[in-house]
Design a protein around this ligand. Sequence first.
Ligand SMILES: Nc1ncnc2c1ncn2[C@@H]1O[C@H](COP(=O)(O)OP(=O)(O)O)[C@@H](O)[C@H]1O
Ligand SMILES: [Mg+2]
Length: 360
Amino acid sequence: MSLSRITIGSFRNISSASLNPSDGLNLIYGQNGSGKTSILEAIYFLGMGRSFRSHLSQRVINNDDDKLTLFANLIQDENDCKIGLRRHRNGEIEVKINGEKVKRLSTLAETLPIQVITPESFSLLFEGPKARRQFIDWGAFHSDPHFYQAWVNVRKVLKQRNQLLRNHSPYSQIQFWDKELVRYAEQVTDIRNRYVDSLNELLKGIIERFLPQVDIKVSFTRGWDSKTDFSQLLENQYSRDVAAGNTGSGPHKADLRLRVGNLPVQDALSRGQLKLLVCALRIAQGKLLKQQLNKNSIYLVDDLPSELDAQHRQLLLQQLTETGAQIFVTAIDPLAIVDSLSRPPDRMFHVEQGLVTVIE
Ligand SMILES: Nc1ncnc2c1ncn2[C@@H]1O[C@H](COP(=O)(O)OP(=O)(O)O)[C@@H](O)[C@H]1O
Ligand SMILES: [Mg+2]
């Protein structure tokens, strides 16, 4: 799967641009502030309906316009698929796939699986569990068609339950919701668990190449003690939950635990090593999707040279290109990428003040 054409309108500093990328490695280079990250952000926006940089979608709309427009041609098993998205400043969003209106943004994500590696990707390891849950759920969503609905149900039930807790409702009233919660939590947890198991298989090989001699263990934690019956736990924690006004344990607290021996990876590895670990995790996800559904992800790698030495840049680019996926990498200095490759990039684009030109 690859994008054969991308048209960007009124997105950040890009008023209008059209790219015909290669289905292999695309290098986008240009000075600071030229619009490199914005191009990746636009591709991501088309796949996810939101940005990876800002929670406020209106920020990505060009200051001189009241809407952004994105369009792409997706080639999938020799079939062509046309994706269009328009986002207005007032929050209205229109998405079309092959001319037909799409109601749920999850349909976009399903159509266009995207992996992003940016200098901020570190947050996966350093920040709270939310980013790691999102990481697991990206895979759970793609690998199991039942995941999305099960997770939507968990969130709905939790919302109801938390409302009742805040109203100091007696447990007899909450019990009904707990039965539902337990049911959906099991579905979500089973899918996540299976996903992390499959991911681990693939991850080992990649980590061995990226970080030889470091024994990294990746495990899934479900969000409550696995030896305890969840329904019993919810009942036992009722007073605590009423006092806190929320549900203290459950699938909304799940996490991915990454350790070297007994230490969390953040305490055991250098910054460069952590960066490679994040890359390994993302590459493993892409490879697994390919294995499970024969679907290639699209890789967006922003500011690749930063914080990786030449040897590791080379290793990362090699691993990425070996996946056979379409890749977009950005850099200020194109040589930093070109010198790390055994053959030239398949296509190069230069960006200057929001203007994109292909290098022939
Ligand atoms: N909504 C917007 N409208 C117009 N310009 C914007 C908007 N948001 C950001 N910019 C500008 O877009 C430029 C490109 O940013 P960016 O894509 O991060 O550049 P690069 O990654 O090449 O360093 C920046 O100069 C920024 O000030
Ligand atoms: Mg940038």
